[in-house]
Write a protein that binds this ligand. Sequence first.
Ligand SMILES: [Zn+2]
Length: 233
Amino acid sequence: MSQTRALYRLQKLDLELESRRARVREITAALEDDRARQQARADVSALEERLRPQETRAADLSLEIKTVAEQTKQLNARLYGGGVNNPKELEDIQHKIAERERRHAALEDALLETMIAVEELQEALSAARAHLQQVEQRWETDQETLKAELDRLKNEIRHLKADRQQLEKTISAEYLALYQNLRARKNGYAVAMLEGESCSICGVGQTTATVQQVRQGLELITCESCGRILIAL
Ligand SMILES: [Zn+2]
C-alpha cells in the first residue's frame, strides 16, 4: 500500500473510531440520565403526601359524626323518656338537640367535600403510579438495550484500535506527523480524494501537474486550496 493510501485508510479508521467514541459518550450520558424516573417518583410521593391528611380528615369527620349522632340519640331519649318534667330543662334539651343537628349537617357537608377531594387524589395517584410503572419498565428496557450497544461499541473500538496500530507502523513518522497536524486543523479530514481534477472536500480544481503527481502517488501532494493530502484511487 502506498503511503498516501495508508493515510487514507488511517483516516477512515480514525473517523470510525471517533463516531463510535461519540456514541459511547451519548450512551454513557443516557445511562446516567434518570430524570424521567425521578420526576415520576416525585409525582407519586407528592400525591401520597396530599392524600394522607385528607384521608385522616375524612376518618376524623366520620368519627365526630358518630359521636354527635350518639349525643343526639341520648338527648332524644332524655326528652321523650319521661324522666324530665321541668319545662325549662326540657327546653334546654331541645336547644341542645337542635344544636347537635346543625353540627351534624355541617359535619356531613364537610365529610362529603373531603370524600370528593380524597377520590380525586386517589384517581390522580393511581394514574401517577401507572405512569411511574411505565417509566420504570421503559428505563429498564432502555438500560438493557444501551448496555448491549455499549458492549458492542467497546468491542469494535478495540478492534479498530488494533487495526490502527498495525497500519500506523507502515507509515513514516514524517507523514504521520503531517496527517495528525492536518487532522486536528481540518475537522478530522486530513486526506481528500482527487475527484476528476478537483479536491473532493473543498472542490477546488488542481493544476495538471498536481493531478499527475497525485496519480503517480510517489510523493505526498497537498490540495492547492485547502492543504489536505490528496490521493487518487
Ligand atoms: Zn482541497
